[in-house]
Design a protein around this ligand. Sequence first.
Ligand code: 13P
Length: 243
Amino acid sequence: MTERKALVAGNWKMNGRLDEGSALARAIAERAREADACDLLVCPPATLLVPIGKALAGSGVALGGQDCHAAPSGAFTGSISAEMLRDAGCSHVIVGHSERRHGCGESDADVLAKAQAAWRAGLVAIVCVGETRAERERGTAIAVVTGQLAGSVPDGAAADNLVVAYEPVWAIGTGLTPTIADIAEMHAAIRRHIPAGTRILYGGSVNPKNAAEILALPEVDGALVGGASLKAEDFWAIAQAAR
Ligand code: 13P
């Protein structure tokens, strides 16, 4: 079986200004320099990519974008291309986060084009999938998620260019999580649809208290962390639980 090193990624979303963001990144970098950790990734807002990249330099903590446009450049006011993220020091980009799929109306086809853009720029695409509360209650969660995978993971996916993040929409920012059995079942289902060795992260209300139990599941290869990634000690505690 292919060895899959755990990855803990912090999605800061639209949080952080220069001073606090830099301090947070420095605190994470300091811990990462001092102790062994799993693979770590920080995804700050685009305005902070360059200074956060500097704060993380030499720590082994990677830098990622939260979204990208599918085109390399052009008349797309307010958008950022995968090439620009690469230029700012990123190695990864999140695509298809539910706050983009549901909040901004992005389709599977949009997400697929963004993942292709990530690869064109040499970035790892973190493709997010996840069902709504209603879909879980209807018993269609696995069908929804595997459908999202089929529609938004491009041909050519491999363990070194793709990470899948399973984030149930109803678990994001709510303090709610699926049962351990439901997470295990979903990750096993996802595993059957992606190349061997590809990492599958769980995301949605991960915190220092629940991380160990979730991360102990054999098909869970790390976490995509929102709120708890904004505190260095919480993010670090989750990273330690993933080792
Ligand atoms: P929370 O950890 O705040 O629930 O957010 C999860 C998430 O959306 C990460 O991308």
